[in-house]
Design a protein around this ligand. Structure first.
Ligand code: GLU
Length: 307
């Protein structure tokens, strides 16, 4: 796209239909991008959790809702050489090591004395060559980890302000050979020229790791905005089992795409907006609700947040 100042993006995992929480995040990512003159890209994060046909349905749903994006749509499964190139670069700089630990061993190990809670305790960080050879001979394929030189990293979030969070020796390539999410996301955001990352605030704790990794790969750290999630009436994160929560569920109940969009718009404080351009015109990030939105999928008529 010509004359854009950068790119925003939505990066769904094709594990099933998008629910209203995912669609609301997609709408917000689109609004942040378009309101700042950015292009908007879609990236299918299909390194795992893939359900056949899900990505086509996700794209259809975004289109039905009225969102548009700049081609091409990238698929992570087609970009493995890029992730391997980044891993090779980190390895050449002495910043990786093989890890032979099982999940259970990691859970049982005491967290490193000065490390962040829940962080990888560094069991395999300083194995001798002989120990490495012995563990390799046991036959379990090694994961590859980052040799991190910090335990924390600070990022700035447009909605949440400064956020300092844990960085550990995160996995770059899993034992089964699949590049890890944290690596792929950083490599792709950089390669796609994405300088604005808008996503659910459940991903905020991963962000310091990703930003640190970006600095190690000499790529700019994007602007971040983590948006509140949508909750069910029990206060838990909205899930498919909560009822009619996908666009297709709502259409099957007789709602129109405009009504679903209106519902999402209302949840953001934009009343009576039935088209995306109407919402875009009124979009003010600083006025967005900072609290999660509670949705009762069993009630067709949602209580309006509008006066
Ligand atoms: N693929 C991730 C998800 O669907 C989102 C990753 C991101 O936005 O950075 O949860």
């Amino acid at each position: 796209m010509a004359n854009v100042t950068g790119y925003g993006r939505f990066a769904p995992s094709p594990s099933g239909d998008l629910h209203l929480g995912n669609l609301r995040t997609a709408l917000l990512a689109w609004l942040f991008a378009r309101s700042t003159g950015r292009g908007f890209l879609l990236r299918i994060e299909d390194l795992d959790r893939v359900k056949a046909g899900a990505q086509e349905r996700q794209l259809e749903d975004l289109e039905t809702l009225g969102l548009d994006w700049d081609p091409p749509v990238l698929r992570q499964s087609e970009r493995l050489p890029l992730y391997e190139a980044a891993i090779a670069r980190l390895t050449a700089a002495g910043r990786t090591y093989e890890c032979f630990c099982t999940r259970k061993e990691i859970q049982q190990a005491v967290t490193a004395p000065h490390g962040p809670m829940g962080a990888y305790p560094g069991t395999c960080r300083d194995l001798t060559a002989a120990e490495q050879t012995r563990r390799r001979a046991e036959g379990r394929p090694a994961a590859l980890r980052l040799r991190a030189e910090v335990t924390e990293f600070e990022i700035h979030d447009e909605l949440l302000g400064d956020y300092r969070g844990a960085v550990d020796d995160l996995v770059l390539r899993r034992g089964d050979g699949t590049p890890a999410y944290n690596l792929a996301v950083v490599v792709d955001d950089a390669a796609q020229g994405i300088d604005q990352v808008v996503r659910g605030d459940d991903l905020l704790p991963s962000t310091p790791r990703q930003a640190y990794l970006a600095t190690l790969l000499d790529t700019p750290v994007p602007h971040y905005a983590h948006v509140p999630l949508v909750l069910n009436t029990s206060g838990q994160r909205l899930a498919k089992r909560d009822g009619a929560v996908t666009l297709r569920d709502r259409l099957a109940l007789g709602e129109t795409p405009e009504q679903v969009l209106m519902l999402l718009g209302e949840s953001l404080g934009y009343c009576d907006a039935t088209t995306i351009p109407q919402i875009l015109e009124r979009f003010r990030p600083e006025k967005l609700p900072r609290e999660p939105w509670t949705l009762d999928p069993n009630s067709l008529l949602q209580p309006s947040t509008c006066p």
